[in-house]
Ligand binder design. Structure first.
Ligand SMILES: Nc1ncnc2c1ncn2[C@@H]1O[C@H](COP(=O)(O)OP(=O)(O)OP(=O)(O)O)[C@@H](O)[C@H]1O
Length: 639
């Protein structure tokens, strides 16, 4: 097995060649650099200061999830602590009676009332603690749901450009991965903290009433454990933080290796060894960082435990001295030992929960930071009303660069679309057609220039109502793992006659007729009874999706690229019918299909190079005429 793995790695290494380490940038950037940078910003003092805020956040989360459960959990835990303290205190009465003079049956009888008190208090405490545990376990899934819904609510509203930023993906991964999970954990930690605090407070009160010196000694003895707990949490968090980019890359590669959609290409291009090698190198990289962190955590815990052991020995020495000096009665010393053990247990739990609170709080602060950042990326509410229809859409001097791009993808582009027109965008690959269509669809905001609907800038309109007026048949349309019907209706109200018309207009009706379950067919082969469609069949469904949306502007980006000749002809015929009451912006490389467009814009490296009707552009003898003639020549018969 090991040698097979080695062979795979060697083969991968040869294939990957020199390019790979540069591409996997984090393998060349030392991971501890990211760690150190983060280390500088996370200090224990900050955590101590943040602790009250964390408690506040946790209680708020619990409150949002279920008020009754959070109130019940906290109050029942406090009540349980009170009964625990009472049971401990009542133990002194039992010990006093047992250590008094006289015959044993007499002493046992004298101890009975106190014993009954101890037993009752302990039973009540257990019952209340069980009820508190039940409320606490109900809270966990409810809190997770609250934070998940909040995350999805925000990520579906942020502007599209954010998804082109690697940093946004990193933050989103941290928020989704550990952030969501940490929310319910944080609530748990805080409840555990309150439980432990109640236990400690009651034991401390009992010890303090018996011998105040013991309280100070008891608290000092827990310091080493507290230090170790906080330090290990910090190491664990910082390691994950520094590795997030590598984890993300590894997950993406692992998905590609195991997914159905890439399974065929992986085999036909014999990419197995190459991909496995990449995953292996990323895994080796993350493993060495994780091992280093594990070593540090173990060393820290060992030191903490050793110092804690010495401190505990000190506590018992002090107790012995007090007893020997006669400052403590034997019965009181007995209760003190029990109280000390109970307090030490509570303190340990308290430290553990503070430690966990700290660690989960760090992850949760990533979630909160992501939410705050996402909130700023949601376009602010706008004032202008979105018209039901329009007479003219004008893009004026539009310049747009993708985040991080050195060159703009569009440079001072101006185009016009009149109501009821068919306007075409043509041009070579990468000339900016899709980018312009997305700007006209209100999906990207240009850095310069404006898109007007009847003289009103769309930047002043709210995004969702605007996009309700635009139907987009995208080049990279989604293959949603939903039923055929849902793939066309896309969450809108179901209108059977509209659905039938959309399917007929796009040619999807012929595809659906051949499916066993018709509109109910699930389009996901990975599930039972799921079906798979061909590229052209999917394209018909995507076109039906656009037709179903009765919007005044229809944007079609390469709608026929995968269609056969008959289906292409049928789709363009439908378009002509549709165009009677709709405006169409068509992007295509098949120039024969734009001959009848009212206007054609030829894009070249992000600029409008030519515009006019087919006849105008042919007469111009420029890029369009050259491309058109080239395509037409392919149909000429050669001798
Ligand atoms: N999400 C993105 N992030 C960064 N750059 C992008 C992104 N999408 C496109 N680009 C770049 O913008 C330029 C224009 O791309 P666009 O997709 O608009 O071209 P296109 O004319 O539609 O091409 P095609 O005919 O191949 O569909 C290209 O240089 C492309 O690399």
């Amino acid at each position: 097995m090991a040698s097979a793995w080695r062979r795979v790695r060697q083969a991968g290494g040869q294939r990957a060649g020199a390019a790979s380490d540069d591409e996997l940038a984090e393998l060349t950037t030392h991971f501890w650099r990211a760690y150190d940078e983060r280390m500088a910003t996370v200090k224990f003092g900050d955590v101590a200061r943040r602790f009250p805020a964390l408690v506040g956040q946790a209680v708020t989360l619990g409150w949002q999830a279920n008020r009754r459960d959070i109130v019940a959990t906290i109050s029942l835990n406090l009540i349980s602590g009170v009964f625990g303290g009472y049971a401990l205190f009542a133990t002194t009465g039992v010990l006093e009676a047992l250590f008094a003079g006289g015959p044993t049956p007499h002493r046992v009888r004298a101890a009975l009332p106190s014993l009954i008190l101890v037993a009752t208090a302990t039973a009540v405490r257990s019952g209340v603690a069980t009820a508190a545990g039940w409320a606490q376990s109900r809270l966990e899934p409810q809190v997770t749901q609250v934070v998940e819904v909040r995350l999805y609510d925000l990520t579906t509203q942020v502007e599209l450009a954010a998804f082109d930023e690697p940093d946004f993906h990193d933050r989103m991964q941290r928020a989704r991965d550990r952030g969501v999970y940490s929310a319910s954990q944080l609530v748990n930690d805080v409840i555990n903290f309150i439980t432990a605090f109640a236990g400690l407070a009651s034991a401390t009160v009992v010890v303090g009433l018996l011998q105040p010196i013991l309280v100070v000694v008891l608290l000092l003895a827990q310091l080493p454990g507290a230090w170790a707990a906080v330090r290990t949490a910090r190491i664990s968090y910082l390691t994950r933080f520094a590795l997030v980019d590598s984890y993300r890359r590894k997950y993406i590669l692992a998905d590609l290796i195991a997914e159905r959609r890439t399974a065929a290409e992986l085999r036909s291009f014999t990419m197995r060894a190459y991909l496995i090698d990449r995953v292996a190198r990323l895994a080796a990289y993350t493993r060495s960082a994780e091992l280093r962190a594990a070593r540090q955590e173990t060393a820290t815990t060992a030191v903490g435990k050793a110092l804690g052991g010495i401190a505990t020995a000190g506590v018992y020495t002090v107790l012995g001295v007090l007893l020997a000096a006669g400052w403590l009665a034997l019965s009181v010393a007995g209760t003190a030992v029990l109280a000390l053990r109970s307090a030490a247990g509570s303190l340990q739990q308290l430290m553990y929960s503070v430690n966990q609170c700290y660690e989960d709080g760090l992850y949760f602060s990533d979630y909160m930071a992501f939410c705050a950042d996402a909130q700023t990326r949601i376009p602010p509410p706008a004032s202008a009303a979105v018209p039901q229809d329009f007479a003219r859409i004008v893009a004026s001097g539009v310049t747009f660069s993708y985040p991080g791009a050195e060159q703009p993808s569009l440079h001072e582009v101006s185009v016009e679309i009149g109501r009821g027109e068919v306007v075409a965008l043509v041009g070579e690959n990468g000339s900016g057609k899709t980018t312009l269509a997305k700007i006209l669809a209100g999906l990207y905001r240009p850095q310069d220039g404006t898109v007007y609907w009847d003289g009103v800038s769309i930047a002043e309109m709210n995004g969702e109502p605007l996009r309700e007026r635009i139907a987009v048949i995208a080049q990279d349309h989604g293959h949603w793992p939903l039923s055929v019907r849902d793939n066309i209706v896309m969450g809108r109200l179901l209108d059977e006659s509209l659905l039938a018309a959309a399917a007929a207009g796009s040619g999807a009706d012929a595809v659906i007729a051949e499916l066993d379950r018709g509109y109910d067919t699930l389009l996901a082969r990975e599930f039972k009874d799921g079906a798979e469609l061909s590229g052209g069949q999917w394209q018909r469904i995507a076109a039906a999706r656009g037709f179903y949306r009765t919007a005044p502007l229809l944007i079609m980006d390469e709608p026929t690229a995968a269609l056969d000749a008959r289906a292409e002809y049928a789709l363009f015929s439908s378009l002509r019918t549709l165009a009677n009451d709709r405006t169409v912006l068509l992007i295509t490389h098949r120039l024969a299909s734009v001959r009848h467009a009212d206007r054609i814009y030829v894009l070249d490296h992000g600029n409008v190079a030519e515009s006019g009707t087919h006849a105008d552009l042919m007469a111009l003898g420029g890029q369009y005429a050259e491309l058109y003639t080239l395509q037409a020549s392919q149909y000429e018969t050669t001798p």
